[in-house]
Design a protein. Sequence first.
Length: 83
Amino acid sequence: MGKTIIFVDDLNLKPCPFCGGKAELKQYKMWHDDHGYKDCYEYFVACEKCKVRQLSFDTLREKDDVTAIKKAIEAWNRRSNGS
Ligand SMILES: [Zn+2]
């Protein structure tokens, strides 16, 4: 009955825009268990070094995990590009 965990092999995360540290995709289970959201997760990218993190994208709002992950990566990379 376990949920399939999605692995995105080629994440292509850019380094942290603030310190240049390594970025990491995080997955957290959402806490709305009482509301029937048992299989919902939130995803965001965070820097391993300075711990800065972006806003999260979740299964519920984005309809599925893959979309949430892609949006999280896109948002991070866009920020990293900013001059
Ligand atoms: Zn950083």
